[in-house]
Design a protein around this ligand. Sequence first.
Ligand code: OSB
Ligand code: MG
Length: 385
Amino acid sequence: MQVHRIELLQVRMPLVSPFTTSFGTQETRLALLVRVEATADDGRGGTSDVVGWGECVAGEHPVYSAEYVAGCHHVLTHELVPLLLAAPGPDGRPGDVNADGVATALAPIVGHHMAKAALEMAVLDAELRGRGQSLADHLGATRTLVPSGVSVGIQDDVDTLVGVVGGYLDEGYVRIKLKVAPGHDLDLVRAVRTTFGDDLLLQVDANAAYTLADADHLRRLDDFGLLLVEQPLATDDLWEHAQLARTMATPICLDESIESVADATAAIEMGATTVVNIKPGRVGGYLEAVRIHDRCRERGVDAWCGGMLETGLGRAANAALAALDGFTLPGDISASARFFAEDITEPFVLEDGHIRVPTGPGLGVAPVPERLEGMLERRDEVWPA
Ligand code: OSB
Ligand code: MG
C-alpha cells in the first residue's frame, strides 16, 4: 500500500459525567487520532484511494500508564511515522507499507505501545478498506454481536453508586465493573451485591491502587462472588499478584501489567493472572491482541476486551476484536452514550445488552466531518514531513 499523507488530529470530547478511578477524575476525553491517505490494493489486481483511521488510547496525563497524548503526538511525529514511512519500499519509493509489517518496522523504538498501535490501526484500516474486508473478518471474528459491560467510576457515596448502577442495568448492560480504591471498596461492592442480587455479573478494578500489605483486606472481596478483581497491585508486581492469587478465591485479572504476549504468557505461567484483560492499545496493536487471545485460548484462560474511553473508531475495532471466540467474558465495550453525548462517528447503541460488530470495510465506521470539526483541537500533517 502506498501512503500519501499522515495526519494527527486531536479532539476533545466532554464526558456525560466525570469518570473517577483510583488514579484520578476526568471530565473530558482528549483523543489522538491518526488519519492515513493511501492507495491500496483491492486484492483483484487493481487499486483504490482510501482513508484509514487509527485511535491512540493514551490519556491526557501519564497516570494509567507512562504514555500520554502529548508524548504520543511527539513520538509519532518524530520517531514512528518517519521510521515507518521514510524507508524505501520494494519499489524504492518511501511510504510503501503494509499492516503486517508495521510492528516489525517500529520495533527499534522501545515501548510506546499506544502510539504504535494507533499507527498500525490506521494502516490496517486503510488496507482493509482497499480490499473491502471488515476488521472483524480479518481478525477471525465468529460473532455478530458482543455482550456489553460497563465500567462504573467511583461515586461520592454508596447510594449514588447504587443509583448509577441501577440506571445502567435498566439500559441493559450485562455486566458491571466497579472502580475501587482504598477507602472506596468493600462498602460499595456490598451495597451493589445486596441491592441487585447474586445473579448480577459483577467485577471490580483497582487500577494498581493496593499493595501486598493489603492482602487480608483484599481477601474480604471473596465474600461477594465477583467474576474477578482487576489489577489490584502495581504494574510491575507480577510476582506479588501470583502470591495474592494463591490466597484469594476471587480470580485475579491483570490489565496494566500485560503489555505483550510475552507478559501474558509469563503472568499465566506464574499464576499471577487467571483472566486477561486484552487492550489493543496497551499491547501495541490489534495484531498483538489477537496473539494474546490465541495464547489465552491455548491455555484455557478466560479473556475479555478492555476499554479506554474510545471514540466510535476504537469502539468499532474493539467490538471486532471481542467477536473472536476466545473472548469468553463481556468486555468494557459500552454504548457511545455511556461516555459521550456526541460521538465523532455514528454512535454505538445497546441492542439488548449487546453491541453490534461493524461489517463494513475496515473499521466499518468513520468520523462524521461536522462532528469531528466541532471537537477538533489541533490537526497536524506529519508526513510527508
Ligand atoms: O483500567 O480498564 C481500565 C478507562 C481508562 C483507563 C483505564 C481503564 C478504564 C476503564 C474504562 O475502566 C473502560 C471503558 O472504556 O469502558
Ligand atoms: Mg483496568
